[in-house]
Design a protein around this ligand. Sequence first.
Ligand SMILES: Cc1cc2nc3c(=O)[nH]c(=O)nc-3n(C[C@H](O)[C@H](O)[C@H](O)COP(=O)(O)OP(=O)(O)OC[C@H]3O[C@@H](n4cnc5c(N)ncnc54)[C@H](O)[C@@H]3O)c2cc1C
Ligand code: FES
Length: 268
Amino acid sequence: MTTATHAAPVRDLLLSVADNTRLTSSIHVLKLRAPEFAHVFGAGQFLEIKTSNGLAPLLRRPYSIHRVEGDCIEVMGKVVGIGTKQLYDARVGDRFQVLAPLGNTFGYDRDDFDTALLVSGGIGVAPMAMLEEELLKRGKTVINLIGARTAEDIMTRHLSNWSVATDDGTMGLKGTVVSLLARELPKLRGSHVRVFSCGPNRMLAALSAFCNERGIACEVSIESTMGCGIGICYGCPVRIRDARGAVRNELLCQYGSVLDAREVVWDE
Ligand SMILES: Cc1cc2nc3c(=O)[nH]c(=O)nc-3n(C[C@H](O)[C@H](O)[C@H](O)COP(=O)(O)OP(=O)(O)OC[C@H]3O[C@@H](n4cnc5c(N)ncnc54)[C@H](O)[C@@H]3O)c2cc1C
Ligand code: FES
C-alpha cells in the first residue's frame, strides 16, 4: 500500500448542505457542514454518501474529499447517473447520511521528492485541491497537468501552476494528459519528481505504463464501483502484483483507493 490508512475511526453521520455551487451543467461543488470530523481527513481519502433519503439508489456513492474549509468539507461531483444527479440537485439545508473517513491518503508526507506532478483526468481533479494544499505546506513544488474531453470539463478550482490537454483541442494541448506529461517532463531535469494521479482507469493505465517504463514514482487513485466502502460487500476487487510478480485480489476500499502504479494489474 502506498501510505498508511488514516488513523481516524470511520463514522456514520447525518450532514447538512451548507452550499451547492453549480460550476457547469453537470459539475458542482457540494459543501457539507461537518464540525465533528472536518479536521480528520487526509488528501486522497473519500467518503460514501447516501444520496437519497428514499430507496433509490440503495447504496451509497463514493466521493473524494475536494477541500476542507473550517467546519465544512467539500466534494466536487460530476453527474453520471441517478446518485450523482441527486447530489447535483441538493439544496441548502438538505441532509445526507455520510460514512467517512475512508481509504488511504496520497503519499504527500514522503521526503523522497521535491516536485509533485498532479495529473488528473476529468472529475479526477476533485482530490487535487486538498492534495496541492498539503504539498505546498510541506514546501514542495506543485505542477498540475489536467486532461479532459473538452474545455467545459476542465476544472482548475483552487489549483495553481496548471497546464491543460483536451481530446478535442478546445483548450491547451490537443491530446491526452499523458502526452502533456511527456511534453513537460524534459523541463524538470534535475528535480526529484513524484506523480500523483486520479482519473478514469484507462487514463491511469496509460499513465502507469508511461511512468513505470521510465522509473518515475507514481501513485494512482483508481475508480471502481463501490457498495459498502468498508470491506463487507466485496464489490470493489482490484488485482495487485507484488514485487515477486505474484498476483492477488484486494478490496479497493480497504487497500486504496490510492495505489502504487507499479502494483496495479490493469484489465486488458
Ligand atoms: C474512491 C472513489 C472516489 C470518487 N470520487 C468522486 C468524486 O470526487 N467526484 C465524482 O463525481 N465522482 C467520484 N467517484 C465516482 C462516483 O462515485 C460515481 O460516478 C458514482 O458512484 C456514480 O453513481 P450514480 O448513481 O450517479 O451512477 P449510476 O446510476 O450508478 O451509474 C451510471 C453510470 O456510471 C457508471 N459508474 C458508476 N459508478 C462508477 C464508478 N465508481 N466509476 C466509474 N463508473 C461508474 C455505471 O457503470 C453507469 O454506466 C469516485 C469513485 C470512487 C471509487
Ligand atoms: S465497497 Fe464493499 S468491499 Fe469495497
